[in-house]
Design a protein. Structure first.
Length: 255
């Protein structure tokens, strides 16, 4: 039985990924700070690991003993992320440090604490990125900066540990119906007097596929990148964004 660790597993995409890996027959270590939501995932396949991934000692006390007892890891999916709005001028130092702590430092800690097991299994780590790793988004300086940096972390791991059979990749999902995306929709809803459904339709009007992606579609991409079918794919970034990042903004006026 393959063993997979998923961070940010209590809600949103992380929760769906934990369930998807379990449905594939994997043993899943579902990691998140939200003990209550995490508990609802517990099953024969899914083992909740309530902890703060930003704290190295939590890994030593909570995650690693469970991994050792279970016999190691075959894959890690680093999905945990947070967002705080603000530009380089308006963003507070506290918000900058908070987003950095979760979206970059915790990703480094996740890799650092699990690479021992991935080397032993010749496994893979998958970081969940965003089109914001390729583009700029207004008033999201923290999110944009650390998603860009996450790609550098993945490439460094791919280079440094490829000789030991470890693969590292980034999956960039586009718009999805998640709690985080719903939060982003609030501004559009208020500014244009739209419902939530209408807001999603509005922000995806220039996406070539004309819709947000489903959690199932993103999960299938993650399952592929951490499978043996992707055994020669490492250091890559896969855009699962409906074609969003191929659009030239300067040509939108002609559409």
């Amino acid at each position: 039985m393959r063993a997979v660790l998923v961070t940010g597993a209590a809600s949103g995409l992380g929760r769906h990924l934990a369930l998807a890996y379990a449905q594939e027959g994997c043993r899943v270590y579902a990691v998140d700070r939200d003990r209550t939501k995490l508990k609802t995932l517990e099953s024969e396949q899914i083992r909740p690991v309530p902890m703060d991934i930003t704290q190295p000692e939590a890994w030593e006390e909570e995650a690693l003993p469970r991994i050792e007892q279970g016999g190691g890891l075959d894959a890690v999916v680093a999905c945990a992320a947070v967002m705080r709005l603000g530009s380089a001028e308006s963003c507070s130092l506290e918000d900058w440090q908070f987003v950095n702590g979760v979206n970059l430092t915790a990703q480094f800690i996740t890799a650092k604490k699990t690479l021992k097991y991935l080397k032993a299994s010749r496994g893979s780590i998958l970081f969940i990125g965003s089109p914001a790793a390729r583009l700029a988004v207004r008033d999201e300086v923290c999110y944009v900066t650390f998603k860009h940096a996450l790609c550098g972390l993945s490439k460094s791991i791919a280079f440094d540990f490829g000789g030991e059979g470890v693969r590292s990749n980034v999956l960039h999902p586009g718009w999805m119906r998640t709690a985080m995306s719903d939060q982003e929709m609030q501004e559009i809803m208020e500014r244009r007097n739209l419902s939530l459904d209408e807001a999603y339709e509005y922000v995806t009007r220039f996406v070539p596929l004309k819709r947000p992606g489903s959690l199932q579609e993103i999960a299938r991409a993650a399952l592929f990148l951490t499978s043996e079918q992707a055994s020669y794919i490492s250091g890559a970034e896969l855009m699962a964004d409906g074609g969003l990042t191929v659009v030239d903004p300067g040509m939108i006026g002609f559409l």
